[in-house]
Ligand binder design. Sequence first.
Ligand SMILES: [Zn+2]
Length: 349
Amino acid sequence: MKKNIPIFDGHNDTLLHLQDGLTSFFHPLEHTHIDYERAQKSGFAGGFFAMYTPSPAREENREDFMNENGYKFPLPEGITQAEALTFTHKLASQLFRTEKENPHTFRVVRNVKELKDSIDQGKMAAIFHIEGAEAIDLSFDSLYVLYKTGLRSIGPVWSRNNDFGEGVPFCYPSSPDTGDGLTEKGFELLHHCNHLGIMVDTSHLTERGFWNVAHATVAPVVATHSNVHSLCPHARNLTDEQIRKIADSGGVIGINFAVNMLRADGKFDTDVSMDEIIAHFRYIADFVGVDHVAFGSDFDGTTIPDVLQDVTGSRKVLKALEEDGFTEEELEKIAWKNWVRVLEETWKD
Ligand SMILES: [Zn+2]
């Protein structure tokens, strides 16, 4: 394998860990999956940096929702637009300050040329992504303002309900068909995003929400951090019909390293083999083609396998994919070219 195939990743929650000063991103951070030094070492070229506003903390323990088969966590309560917008500003500010203070090593990219240039120059490329669109008001004023600042990707919902649609709960085993899809305002949001060239992410939507987006959008359908339901029947994973639709639209699926979305038994157990991880990439590549699978780690947003450890684990995955028989050209597609292709077709410039 060419030594330095860059890896561009569909989802991280690193900003959430750095909200009190992203400048710390350039110092080793032991409690996170990604910091600049480890990212450089592993060829992590950048990715979608999520702005996610947490739900208010709850008292319950995880065990409260476990049963003999698996688990069924209820959807957390919603948050207000004012709370979400304030929090989004806080995270976005850290993103822009990091760029300002490190102009030669970190860049918030707003178009495909900037993305490609950053990857070529070894400058970390960050895409401003909102996970759960609560920050967007129902007149869409904040959407246009945030777009102007750099917003280029939105997941209409996280796994909770909002004015735009219904989220899929963390359930195992479960179909993703757990409730309603997009609301009327959700369809309006989709149309505004299509108009502006903002990517719309279907991860965390119910199956109905997925199909609402898939049938109404003019852009390729994407799931930035979701896995294969046939291999792990978690409500957050994608059925074969959904995978087929994403491929038919020219879209892509970013493979999520959450242990409970990789393991066939859905357990919160970090003992996951590399083979179990590779199986999700292989399944999609064999089923619909290598053009439709990519990385979507969920670093700093989930519990990942021991075998991966942190961002350096992505390099190990790429190596294992090579050992599994993927050619260099295919590895490049999985590692970054599929994401670039989809963004070329989605963004307006
Ligand atoms: Zn997520």
